[in-house]
Design a protein around this ligand. Sequence first.
Ligand SMILES: NC(=O)c1ccc[n+]([C@@H]2O[C@H](COP(=O)([O-])OP(=O)(O)OC[C@H]3O[C@@H](n4cnc5c(N)ncnc54)[C@H](O)[C@@H]3O)[C@@H](O)[C@H]2O)c1
Length: 332
Amino acid sequence: MNITVIGGGSWGLGLSKVLSDNGHQVLVYDIDKKLVDKINTLHISPQLDEFIPEDIQATNDMALAMKHADVALFVVPTKVLRIAIESALPYIESPKTFINAAKGIEPKTFKRISEIFYEMIPQKYFKAFVTLSGPSHAEEVIKGLTTAVTSASEDEEAAKFVQSLFHNQQYFRVYSSTDLKGVELGGSLKNIFALAAGIIRGQGLGDNALAAFMTRALVEMEKIYNYRGANSETLYGLSGIGDLIVTCTSQHSRNFQAGYKIGSGKDLDETLDSMTMVVEGIRTTEAAYYLSKTAKLDTPIIDAIYDVIFNRNDPKKALMNLLAREQKAENC
Ligand SMILES: NC(=O)c1ccc[n+]([C@@H]2O[C@H](COP(=O)([O-])OP(=O)(O)OC[C@H]3O[C@@H](n4cnc5c(N)ncnc54)[C@H](O)[C@@H]3O)[C@@H](O)[C@H]2O)c1
């Protein structure tokens, strides 16, 4: 298959390696000219400082990128997703399978990424829309370390088609799902709790606190799944609890790293400025907070993280406020 990957950052090149290893012709498009040159001449991922297969080519030319694409895989941070789709639109001339591997919900509109694709790209250009999500740090995938993810689409055949593109028997196992909503929500919401996990660790709290937060995070995620009509069983799959575990417990997670710095008392703006890679959890916290308020959901962890990030509340006070809430039954 001829596959174009839009976004040659950590995850874009991690997935490009999988596709290239599986025998596909991969062309990477990125707006960063220096990055494109490094991919073509040095065959490396500069962000991860790792070699990538030499047959992966890169370009700054979107016309060429779209001409190449039987399948277009988008892997750009969600805050630039609309810009990336906009720049591709004039060059989409035939129906394609669109895949997204970024994780986030749009603040204010509360739109999932599939909803943004369907809003921006005319129906006649869709073969299908599929999302790929799950516990997958690019740092490990690029080294060929064992990973399992989920390919999800409302169109079961499309989910299975994308599963077959990425699946291999060496290191990358892919499951399929038709619960697109649940898979998109899981991959997005977990980033909020990764920030929370980092804050907890940054404050010097231990495994008990982390386990409690992750468990209560699942309760809050389930409320949002139910409100948005996702299947709550998906929460117990790779894109839900799987991604929650990896992101709340791993140093590779930049959401965790950002939370850790904030929890350790570092200035919030300095922390965010110092992060060279995207911290999706910030935007998703804003989206989930307003979604939760609109729907009148009880989501105290999301509220506390919002308070720390957007109202500059002291993380220690936010934690004390959480502990000071009235006693309640566990299953509500
Ligand atoms: N890094 C991971 O391990 C990982 C794993 C799973 C999911 N994700 C998700 O994937 C998304 C991307 O993350 P990343 O780690 O690859 O980010 P990154 O910052 O490493 O790379 C983003 C790339 O997008 C490019 N870009 C920016 N604007 C663009 C545009 N308009 N058109 C084309 N390219 C553009 C940048 O130049 C950069 O190379 C995020 O939503 C992230 O949550 C990341």
